[in-house]
Design a protein around this ligand. Structure first.
Ligand SMILES: [Zn+2]
Length: 310
């Protein structure tokens, strides 16, 4: 068992006991940010005073700069209590299907849906580890048309591979001895070579053995060993079982938890889905990961969160 699994709350009761107060949450954040002790982000000095007038804020003894435990994190300048952030991260990380903004609003007794939505959106931004390693070994890849809704319209599930007015998603799953390991999902503009090659090259390491159906866009990717399976009458769940399962679970999740994903921010929802998939056997450690990554993620202003997908 690794250190992070030991120090990590395994149940709601344990979580509640451990993060019951603002100061308990702040102490945890301090430990995550500065495991070796405080370091001033301005001058690198280690000497600082905890201010009495500002919550969980340190003043550098050398340069006078004031740094809060949440400065430069996704929690920066938030009016919400740290306990609310911690609960939200715990629920999002540990629920097997995630949690919607509406559910979060009622579970945490938040004043408005907008607050709950912002909380979810910010945590979702912390779900991609910038240092993650590419998939390698044997990797299945496939692509799909993703149903989405526009205001008031019912879900549209178009047929065929033409991309006009549709949301397209490429997926890949690393397979080790018949067992799925990590996954990747990406919104793509089309099913042509340009997009498919860019997706594969961004998701997998050189010399990966890529397994796909016979869709020609997968041919000729540099440094990739490619094995195309001629699907024909063979069902996709037999030829590419893990990507098939990933993409169909994604669609079911999209229709259920989020009541039909919208085009806005779809990539971030895919990131959330992948975050949970990749940590499906270590859900409780995922909470720690989410906060740890969050402590290194730059704050996302509202105008960035609501930016329309292009
Ligand atoms: Zn300083």
């Amino acid at each position: 068992m690794s250190g992070s699994e030991v120090r990590f709350p395994k149940s709601l009761i344990e979580f509640q006991g451990r993060f019951a107060s603002e100061s308990a949450c702040a102490a945890y954040l301090f430990e995550r940010r500065w495991p070796e002790g405080f370091v001033c982000p301005g001058c690198g000095d280690g000497r600082a005073w905890l201010l009495k007038t500002k919550a969980f804020t340190y003043e550098c003894a050398a340069c006078g700069r004031q740094t809060s435990v949440t400065a430069g994190t996704i929690m920066h300048a938030s009016k919400l209590p740290l306990t609310t952030w911690f609960w939200a991260a715990f629920l999002m990380a540990t629920h097997s299907n995630g949690i919607s903004a509406l559910q979060l609003q009622s579970q945490l007794g938040l004043g408005s849906y907008r607050t709950a939505w912002m909380l979810c959106a910010k945590l979702r931004r912390a779900m991609v580890n910038p240092e993650r390693e590419p998939l390698s070994g044997v990797v299945e890849a496939d692509e799909t048309i993703f149903p989405f809704r526009t205001k008031g319209d019912p879900i549209v599930v178009p047929a065929g591979r033409s991309s006009v007015g549709k949301m397209l998603v490429a997926g890949a799953v690393e397979v080790d001895g018949g067992t799925p390991r990590r996954a990747r999902l990406k919104v793509i503009e089309g099913f042509g070579k340009h997009d498919i090659h860019a997706f594969v090259l961004g998701a997998v390491a050189p010399n990966t053995r890529l397994v796909t159906d016979d869709w020609p866009s997968y041919n000729g990717i540099p440094d990739i060993k490619h094995k195309a399976i001629t699907v024909g009458p063979m069902a996709a769940h037999i030829a590419l079982p893990w990507t098939h399962r990933l993409l169909s679970n994604l669609k079911r999740w999209g229709l259920g938890v989020s009541h039909g994903l919208r085009k806005t921010n779809l990539q971030h929802y895919l990131d959330e889905f992948v975050f949970r998939f990749n940590r499906r056997r270590t859900r409780h450690a995922a909470f720690d990961t989410l906060l740890a990554i969050g402590a290194r993620t730059a704050p996302a202003p509202y105008h960035l969160l609501i930016r329309k997908a292009t």
